[in-house]
Design a protein around this ligand. Structure first.
Ligand code: B3K
Ligand code: ZN
Length: 876
């Protein structure tokens, strides 16, 4: 195979031909599905008359091509690995092609494939070219009419985008349904589903009074697991009307759950296809976290109907135009209907761990990348989550009101078009009158900016001078990063009074909380009329995706932890305080010095445990120590063992010192109330389970009894799974093994619960985990062909810090073997799985050498472009 060629953003050319109408007929068969396509094609008025027509097409068995009804001879076109080129075509014409594809053999799960016997599709980004010959690019938008023919018994349900317009019986026990989608769409939004499915139906009346049918299609056994997704969908539809003025635009909205799916879900027009893990819930089988995830993903895909479908991307470099904006929209939705501070704390906690790591590694790229080998590798935390942070900053910069006017303008002006990030930001600049040119660098520069801050209080003049200095690290392809426009939300808290002080900046009063605009490398902000020495509360709500350094003392942090009026920053203070203690212990471990617990952390925790705060979820987050991965991000070089030892030491010291308080919290927060995924209940369970975790860290006898009882009698999966995880991770086999066995037997027939069973076993800190992974790979419920299983078992293991990074390299070898094998089946999942190996430069010499060797072993194989690109970048 020839070496894959990069695609560059700067090479963009508008399409020479557009397709106005696309008519497809699928005659379904597992081994040989016939796909007939009739495209109505027009040459772009500005294209050269001799421009050839190019249609993408991969892994298609071509049977015939006809232009305006005339079958083309073999020498009238060229057919190669990439597609079909016809040199000589008129200005407008129809093109008929017939191809065959084999859904049964499609293990990559891109294009048309089979999952648990049903047919389904995944076309974003470039899967449609595995279905038929087509200009498979988002800036070609057509109206689709689709006929699906299947076996009336095996596939009683035949779905595609839009509305059904015709159906009927055919010979040989076959039947068909024809669907029409009136909204022009790019090929990546095409979808088809066929199988033996049942549906749960509901209705929604839109703000203009239109009646919409809502359907969730599932396998019969799962009919009892759709309530929460349906309720979430209706909430999301209402929220988008209230918050963005966006109304749904078809007569029906369908969701289908499939078991084999590469990611969470896909926003195909009117026919969203979901990983069953992202739609099915039941209190007995899904945790609170899963309920919240389903709510967020259902909303996310629904919101794409406007941010993505009605207004789409000109090319795949603009991916964050739809993804960053839609993640921001789903985060805002979840914050609005749940606890807003907790949502922000959880999102930021994840972001700073995972996206910061990506931004600091060899696969770092800007929110809008400039080149790629394989676009599938760019559905990243940077494009999605950092992209969402950039939209959040925009909103903070232009203000709530202008942001809404800007989004209204964007949707109105570009409805039905394929556009760029400039078009979006341009609307915000236009309505707000602000110059956002410098802001655009957020889309162009990779790497996490660092801000060093320091402040000085001048008693005599009542002035506080805050100096902020920013720098963005050099990353591949970006040697001289330029200063960014950074919104820094902040307040000053009077150290004596404990209250937010009124701020006066440049002679202007600006309330008790303001946004500083940092634009230069270094800027000093002078606050006047500062009546008492303040402690600054900086980067409130994490107002920019940066690392902020401020020389806070432990006393400052203990003070902020109780007095900051911003709930997010109270949590932030708890994490910073814990980090100071952890850093001392990491150093002690490395230097072989005896570890001593920082009593100030204990004293900061004590009042939290007795507080009557009604936001139990925030409290739970404050009591949770930073994860090992999060701690690792703050270290210049990752010392896996020292981090683990330090964190365990802090956990156990806190548990010993505050044992009775943790026990009291645990006991006070048990409840017999019927399960509901409400913020209040979720917060209470979360706090109770954090307390149980501390008790189990010291294997407290009464704690163990509580844990066993909770496992046996738990009223919901949240409690059962938490108890099981604690038992499974304990050092005592008599606690772990019987519980693991009982749970595995009880849930053997439920694939989503078995995913949890795989995952909780291999996230254990105990030493036998690698052997367990190997053994579980042979378990009948495991399959390398199912992405959820791969993520649950191998993905979880690769994030198990102590066990994946074993000093003998066996963890790395196991992952590399899996990547190689999986690459032959599903390149997208294989490439994602190898991410932890790409971070090799962050570790000690021994581990670096071992990881590098595995990457080289991978790279020496014949590979998919996906895995090649990852290995090449990692080693490059
Ligand atoms: N847009 C899809 C992602 C498709 C990824 C394809 N490899 C899901 C989402 O972001 O909503
Ligand atoms: Zn999305």
């Amino acid at each position: 195979m020839s070496e894959p060629q990069p695609v560059y953003s700067s090479d963009y050319q508008p399409p020479a031909y557009r397709v106005t109408h696309t008519e497809l007929t699928f005659d379904l068969d597992p081994a040989s599905t016939r796909v007939d396509a009739r495209l109505t094609v027009e040459r772009h008025p500005e294209a050269r008359p001799d421009a050839p027509l190019f249609l993408h097409g991969e892994q298609l068995e071509l049977q015939s091509v006809a232009l305006d009804g005339q079958t083309l001879a073999d020498d009238a076109y060229r057919h190669d690995e990439q597609g079909l080129t016809i040199a000589d075509v008129p200005a407008s014409f129809t093109l008929d092609t017939r191809v065959r594809v084999a859904p049964r053999d499609n293990t990559a799960l891109e294009g048309l494939y089979q999952s648990s016997g049903m047919y389904c599709t995944q076309c974003e980004a470039e899967g449609f070219r595995r279905i038929t010959f087509y200009p498979d690019r988002p800036d070609v938008m057509a109206v689709f009419r689709v006929t699906v023919i299947g076996d009336a018994e095996r596939e009683p349900v035949l779905l595609a985008n839009g509305n059904p317009v015709e159906r009927g019986e055919l010979d040989g026990g076959r039947h068909f349904v024809t669907w029409e989608d009136p909204h022009p769409k790019p090929s990546y939004l095409f979808a088809l589903v066929a199988g033996d499915l049942e549906c749960v139906e509901d209705r929604f009346t839109t703000m203009s009074g239109r009646d919409v049918t809502l359907q969730i299609w599932v396998e019969e056994d799962n009919l009892g697991k759709t309530d929460h997704a349906m309720a979430s969908l209706k909430r999301a539809m209402r929220w988008d009307e209230d918050t963005y003025g966006r109304e749904y635009d078809l007569d029906r909205f369908m969701i289908v759950a499939v078991n084999d799916f590469n990611m969470g879900a896909m926003e195909n027009k009117g026919l969203n296809i979901f990983n069953s893990a992202a739609v099915l819930t039941h209190p007995d089988t899904a945790t609170d976290a899963a309920f919240q995830q389903v709510e967020g993903i259902v909303a996310h895909e629904y919101f794409h109907n406007w941010s993505g479908n009605r207004v789409t991307c000109r090319d795949w470099f603009q991916l964050s135009l739809k993804e960053g904006f839609t993640v921001f929209r789903d985060q805002s939705f979840s914050a609005d209907i749940n606890s807003a501070p907790v949502k922000r704390i959880q999102d930021v906690g994840f972001f700073r761990t995972a996206q910061f790591a990506e931004d600091a590694g060899p696969t770092a790229h800007p929110v809008r990348p400039e080149s790629y080998l394989e676009i599938t590798n760019f559905y990243t935390l940077t494009v999605y989550e950092k992209g969402a942070e950039v939209v959040r900053m925009l909103k903070n910069l232009v203000g709530e009101d202008a942001f809404r006017r800007g989004s209204d303008l964007y949707f109105a002006r570009f409805d039905g078009q394929a556009v760029t990030i400039e078009d979006f930001v341009g609307c915000m600049a236009e309505v707000s009158g602000q110059n956002l040119d410098q802001f655009m660098r957020w889309y162009q520069q990779a790497g996490t900016p660092e801000i060093d801050a320091h402040g000085e209080y001048d008693y005599v003049n009542g002035e506080y001078r805050l100096t902020l200095r920013q720098r963005t690290p050099v990353t591949a392809g970006q040697q001289a990063p330029e200063p960014l426009h950074v919104p820094v939300r902040m307040g000053l808290i009077g150290t004596r009074s404990g209250h937010d002080l009124t701020l006066t900046l440049d002679g202007e009063k600006c309330g008790r909380d303001t946004v500083l605009h940092l634009r230069d490398d270094e800027q000093t902000f002078v606050f006047t009329d500062v009546s008492e020495a303040p402690t600054p509360s900086l980067l409130r709500h994490f107002s920019a995706p940066v690392k902020l350094n401020f020389p806070y003392s432990r006393e400052d942090l203990a003070f902020l932890l109780t007095h900051d009026s911003d709930g997010f920053n109270r949590w932030e203070a708890s994490q910073r305080l814990a980090m100071l203690a952890l850093n001392d212990l990491i150093a002690a471990h490395r230097n072989g010095v005896e570890k001593v617990m920082d009593n100030r952390l204990v004293e900061a925790y004590r009042p939290l445990l007795t507080s009557r705060s009604d936001d139990k979820a925030v409290l739970a987050e404050m009591l949770r120590l930073p994860s090992e991965a999060c701690i690792a991000e703050s270290q210049p070089l990752v010392d896996v063992d020292a981090i683990h030892a330090a964190r365990e030491f802090v956990r156990q010291s806190l548990a010993l010192a505050l044992r009775d308080d943790f026990m009291a919290v645990y006991e006070a927060n048990r409840s017999d109330a019927e399960y509901a995924p409400t913020p209040a209940q979720i917060g209470q369970r979360s706090l109770k389970n954090v307390a149980l975790g501390y008790l189990m860290a010291i294997e407290d006898e009464a704690g163990i009894e509580h844990c066993r009882a909770q496992f046996k009698a738990g009223q919901n999966m949240t409690d059962v799974r938490q108890a099981l995880t604690l038992l499974a991770h304990s050092s005592r086999d008599d606690l772990s093994e019987p519980a693991i066995r009982a749970f595995g037997e009880q849930w053997a027939d439920d694939p989503l619960v078995m995913d949890q069973w795989f995952s909780l076993q291999v996230s254990s800190p105990q030493e036998d985990v690698l052997e367990r992974v190997k053994q579980l790979m042979t378990h009948p419920a495991f399959s390398l062909k199912n992405p959820n299983k791969v993520r649950a078992l191998l993905g979880t293991f690769a994030h198990n810090r102590v066990n994946f990074h074993r000093l003998d390299g066996a963890g790395y070898a196991l992952l590399a073997d899996a990547v190689i094998e999986l690459d032959g089946l599903n390149p997208e999942i294989a490439a994602g799985l190898m991410t932890p190996l790409t971070r090799w430069r962050r570790f000690d010499d021994t581990r670096q050498a071992l990881m590098q060797a595995e990457l080289e072993r991978i790279k020496d194989r014949p590979l998919s472009t996906n895995v090649f690109e990852m290995a090449d970048k990692a080693l490059g």
